[in-house]
Design a protein around this ligand. Structure first.
Ligand SMILES: [Zn+2]
Length: 131
């Protein structure tokens, strides 16, 4: 399991990208234009919304409500769209997987011994003894 923590806020990303906003609150950022479709041919405005919360699972989540676009994504992608490198704005904690235990090589004589045991139970023992 890994956990990504952003050390930048959605608002800071918007500001650094230079996207014009039409509404800002602690919970939501409304961008003038969608960076994906740019508002289409009609240059539609106020269709792009970003979750402005910080430290939640929805931080930086975004979507465009314009028909024909409907793009959506997460904070990581938002940072990429802003022309930044997400890795530079995150701290990632990766749990080191526990090393799998090395399988011990099976000893050859142990295999032979096992074979003898199988022989013992699958063959008529009396025949072996009576020769
Ligand atoms: Zn769009």
């Amino acid at each position: 399991m890994s956990d990504i923590q952003f050390n930048i806020t959605p608002m800071e990303v918007v500001d650094r990208a230079g996207w014009k906003t039409t509404k800002r609150s602690g919970a939501k950022i409304e961008s003038k234009h969608c960076p994906v479709c740019n508002g289409g041919s009609g240059r539609d405005e106020r269709t792009f919304y970003i979750n402005a919360s910080t430290g939640t699972n929805y931080s930086g989540a975004w979507k465009c409500l314009r028909d024909g676009c409907r793009a959506s994504g997460n904070f990581w992608q938002l940072i990429e769209m802003a022309g930044m490198e997400p890795k530079e704005h995150t701290t990632m904690t990766i749990e080191t997987p526990t090393q799998p235990r090395q399988a011990k090589p099976i000893k050859k004589n142990a295999l032979l011994a096992a074979g003898e045991v199988v022989w013992y139970y699958t063959n008529d023992r009396s025949r072996r003894c009576s020769r």
